[in-house]
Design a protein around this ligand. Structure first.
Ligand code: C2O
Ligand code: CU
Ligand code: CU
Length: 489
């Protein structure tokens, strides 16, 4: 049930209050969470600071994948890259997949030829060295393949990892660290008996490839043992298509400290958080008042993914693939079990980082991107400004460092589109559907656009010239061509 309370968001250090948002699709689906079976301990991916990174298919099955995993560094999730702002990052991708691939460093500003454009695919048997200076603010970014029409398959089969940047401003804040700083990659997969690999149907291409089981760091139905202290969780939605509406089962508030592009200026307290594919958010969660052996579940609350009556076949959950959890189903994400007394004394800071606020009034241009579904098409069902992706066509040109207002205008009543841009970050200005969400604050590279909604952002182009991409991060929509080339000149 939706309650008034969950919309009341207060700011710890700032004074802004966020109001209700997206009311039309917050219908109160009142069925409970999808029941999950036995829960397994969370795994934390290993670290990677650079060097050789082999892309390969592992012969064995893996509990979190249910089929032969496709991997970077023989691990799924891929190893976590940890770098500091100012470092030169360098990795040599060696492609042993038997399929073209490449790497996109999602949210990380890189030269165009390092950004994983499908034009720069690395053929099977070939390799490519990526090398660039890390210019991003401290934050939670990620990496995944971006070859032509195969992002959905390769990410689904296991190729995605965290890319964590730290800087001195962040280090001075005394945020929870070490075992209290935990990356959580949320995905869903089809693990029911008989599921094999990645075989999207037409419905899956329309709705996105939805699973029957939620995994965190590749572990299905996971739990994580915590101490009675303050934790920093870095949440990444690396699902192909599933959108999460996160809340703890006891409704406890938690504190948002960072979004896609790193730290906010001040912490924001909330108890509900939308997280679309591609988005990240860092939250502080306090277990210090919990009893030893208490358990608290992070779950995703039900929502309606399309406006009633406005959907097309396959949207809104009605025509979903048998056995999968429809978009918007209530699901359990991960359970936290309180097991030890805390050894950390980290506190919630009142101020975070310097955050430049872009003024939409200084924008030199406004661009509108119309997002639509074409009925009856078998390919190119999803369009931006009536176009389907063409790798060689330049769709938009933008000057480096230009500040522009971009308007994502959904003409699709049947689905939610997480819109993502490469080569730059933006700040969300407004939503026609209501107030901003807690995850709309700060620097962003991905934003949810709800059915028939117009989301305005103010974007600032990066410094590197060349071809970058704008696309829907529902990976089946991206692979179906819901993507444009943005050339920075
Ligand atoms: Cu995470 Cu172009 O994508
Ligand atoms: Cu990206
Ligand atoms: Cu989409």
């Amino acid at each position: 049930m939706s309650t008034r309370r969950e919309f009341l968001k207060t700011v710890v250090g700032g004074g802004m209050v966020l109001g209700a948002a997206q009311l039309p699709w917050l219908s109160a689906c009142s069925h409970g969470d999808h029941e999950s079976g036995e829960r397994k301990p969370l795994a934390i991916p290993g670290n990677f600071a650079g060097g050789m990174l082999v892309a390969s298919v592992l012969p064995n099955t893996h509990s979190g994948i249910g089929t032969q995993p496709w991997t970077f560094g023989s691990s799924t999730p891929a190893p976590t890259i940890r770098v500091s702002k100012g470092d030169t990052f360098s990795a040599q991708l060696v492609n042993q997949l038997g399929d073209p691939t490449n790497i996109h460093w999602h949210g990380v500003l890189t030269p165009a030829d390092m950004d994983g454009h499908p034009q720069d695919a690395v053929l099977s048997g070939a390799s490519k060295t990526f090398r660039y200076p890390v210019q991003n603010r401290a934050g939670t970014y990620w990496y995944h393949p971006h070859a032509s029409m195969t992002s959905g398959k390769q990410v689904y089969l296991g190729m995605a990892g965290f890319y964590i940047v730290q800087d001195s401003e962040e280090q001075a804040l005394g945020l929870p660290s070490g075992e209290f700083d935990v990356p959580l990659m949320i995905q869903d997969r089809r693990l029911a008996p008989g599921s094999t690999g990645y075989n999207p149907t037409m419905t899956d291409m329309a709705d996105g490839y939805l699973g029957d089981t939620i995994t965190v760091n590749g572990v299905p139905n996971s739990y994580f043992e915590v101490a009675t202290g303050l934790y920093r969780f870095r949440l990444l939605n690396a699902a192909n298509a599933r959108i999460f509406r996160l809340r703890f089962d006891d409704g406890r508030p938690f504190v948002v400290i960072a979004t896609d592009g790193g730290l906010l200026d001040a912490p924001v307290s909330t108890d509900l958080l939308w997280l679309g594919p591609g988005e990240r958010v860092e939250i502080l969660v306090d277990f210090s008042k919990d009893a030893m052996s208490a358990s608290v579940m992070l779950h995703s609350r039900a929502f309606t993914s399309g406006l009633s009556g406005g959907g097309h076949a396959g949207h809104g959950g009605g025509g979903a693939t048998t056995g999968v959890l429809p978009q918007g189903a209530a699901v359990e994400v991960i359970r936290f079990d309180v097991k030890r007394a805390a050894t950390s004394s980290a506190k919630i800071p009142t101020k975070l980082a310097l955050l430049e606020k872009l003024d939409p009034n200084t924008a030199t241009k406004t661009r509108t991107f119309e997002l639509a579904m074409r009925e009856g098409a078998t390919m190119g069902m999803h369009t931006i400004n009536n176009k389907v992706f063409d790798m060689a066509r330049v769709d938009e040109q933008m000057s480096s460092r230009a500040t522009e207002v971009w308007e994502f205008k959904s003409l699709d009543a049947g689905g939610i589109h997480p819109m993502h841009v490469h080569g730059m970050q933006f700040q969300v200005v407004s939503r026609s559907g209501g107030a901003l969400n807690a995850n709309d604050l700060g620097w962003k590279d991905t934003v949810l656009v709800f059915p028939m909604e117009t989301v305005r952002v103010v974007a600032r182009a990066g410094t590197y010239p060349g071809l970058f991409l704008l696309h829907c991060h529902t990976l089946e929509h991206e692979d179906d061509g819901m993507m444009l080339n943005v050339q920075i000149v």
